[in-house]
Write a new protein. Sequence first.
Length: 203
Amino acid sequence: MAKINLLPWREELRQERQRHFYMSLGGTALVAGALLLGVIMLFNGWIEGQEDRNSYLQAEIRALDRKIVQIEELESTREHLLSRKNVVEELQANRNLMVHLFDQLVRTVPEGLRLTSVQQRGPRLTINGLTQSSARVSTYLRNLESSHLFRNPDLSIVEAEGQDTDPDARYRFRVVVQVRPPELGDEYDDEYDDELDYDDDEV
């Protein structure tokens, strides 16, 4: 005899399939949510790590900036000290220059010629004087040229004074001469004195 199932089996099968579908959908959603959460946590970890590295780099940059400022201050101090050192060395080198300068001025003046003024501007001397004759001015220029302290003497003015002037000062002259850079040390050679010309010949 055939069996007849009168229960609503199709409806139960449909409901069973729906339950399986919803369960699968929920499981998929859970897995997707877990994966998304894991990805978010991973990215957040990367971001935090990068932020930590950025903070470390910024701290190191600030430290380097402070060191750079200190280096610049040290460089400024070094330049200041070098400048003072150069000034001291220059003073040391020039400490006897004025003594030598006046000594050379006296040694180079021939008889019959006298100096009335000497002006210095940097390495240049402007010398004014009076003389008996123009020939003595030429002698004076040769003496300046022979001196170890002077160079490039240049006669800018030589002219006769009035008729009623002192016979020993009939000509007025002006000479511009360069002072040689001072040598280190206090000693200098006096042998040049033998080369100075004190010729008294007149024009």
